[in-house]
Design a binder for this molecule. Structure first.
Ligand code: NCD
Length: 324
């Protein structure tokens, strides 16, 4: 927590985060999620100051290991680490699908030899972050593993909603579009329900995972009835890079049925908030006129809150880490 002098005070021992890694929202209990959200709170105003440097992670090494391209997540983790005073190393690794597993284990051994404290990993295979966590001695943060989970995105989304509405308890949230290929959707459905929100998943049957009913959410295939009365409409990118074959007839037709425009948004609660994890495909899952509406769109704010959440996550894990 930042003090007036700009230094970060470690919270008392009893308040230490329970987990050594942040791999999935499914590993979190309610108090773990509350802990991380509470920790991020002071960083929001801190990040509005001119000088944004703390020394909570001074002398610690954070490695960002990205096997998939990323703009905002990687930059957000890098900034968060630097603002906490850590030494941050970015590694972008291109990999062929055949050698993915092998590359991951080899890289883990190499990285482990450098004794990092925090390893932030993004990988196209589900379970990659958990596998890595078994091979290294430092804390591992999953920055997105295949279609599985993206826990810090869900934390920043929950944080952004809570900041705007004051609570998540009883809030109606519709997560819409390509649910099947979205790690963001899974992590969000799990976290938002854990925090007391009511979640609906909205999308065509071809883009709805078979186990969607086990995510604690209701499933809708019609966009207008799916978002009817919702407080928050969270749109997902059509993730064509994960699709083999035709899941949707065309981007145009997808937009017609599922793209969020002013007309469809009218079915949600008046003043309903609009979210998107980015990157957006304007005119595919969301219309620019809605995405850029300053009164209801939280899209830019999500990016801003991402840094505060990641500062909190890095700090919580580093305190608990093997090298702490
Ligand atoms: C998401 C991701 O990578 O899973 N983006 C992000 O982290 N901001 C969503 C997406 O790629 O569509």
């Amino acid at each position: 927590m930042p003090t007036r002098s700009g230094k970060a005070d470690a919270p008392p021992r009893a308040e230490r985060f329970r987990l050594h890694h942040l791999l999935a929202i499914s590993d979190l209990k309610r108090e773990d999620a509350d802990h991380l959200l509470a920790r991020a709170e002071p960083y929001v105003s801190f990040l509005e100051q001119k000088s944004k440097k703390l020394d909570a992670l001074r002398g610690r090494t954070q490695i960002n290991l990205f096997f998939e391209s990323s703009t905002r997540t990687q930059a957000s983790f890098e900034l968060a680490g630097k603002r906490m005073g850590a030494d941050v190393v970015n590694m972008s690794v291109r990999t062929s699908s055949v050698s993915k597993g092998e590359t991951l284990i080899d890289t883990a051994a190499t990285l482990n030899a450098m004794s990092p404290d925090l390893l932030v990993v993004r990988h196209p295979s589900s379970g990659a972050a958990a596998l890595l966590a078994r091979k290294v001695s430092c804390s591992v943060i999953n920055a997105g593993d295949g279609q599985h989970e993206h826990p810090t995105q869900a934390l920043l989304d929950a944080f952004t909603i809570r900041q705007r509405l004051g609570t998540l308890e009883g809030v109606e949230i519709a997560i819409c579009g390509d649910v099947m290929h979205s790690r963001v959707a899974r992590s969000n459905a799990l976290l938002l329900t854990l925090l007391g929100a009511s979640v609906r998943l909205v999308g065509p049957p071809t883009l709805m995972p078979a186990d969607a009913d086990r995510w604690g959410a209701r499933v809708h295939h019609d966009m207008k009835s799916g978002i009817a009365g919702a407080d928050v409409v969270m749109m997902l990118r059509l993730q064509t890079e994960r699709m083999q074959g035709g899941y949707v007839p065309s981007a145009r037709e997808f937009f017609w049925f599922y793209g969020l425009d002013e007309d469809k948004l009218k079915h949600a609660k008046p003043g309903a908030l609009v979210m998107h994890p980015g990157p957006m495909n304007r005119g595919v899952e969301i219309d620019s006129a809605v995405a850029d509406r300053v009164d209801v769109s939280l899209i830019e704010r999500q990016v801003r809150m991402g840094v505060a959440i990641r500062m909190a996550v890095l700090e919580a894990l580093a305190e608990h880490g093997a090298n702490a």
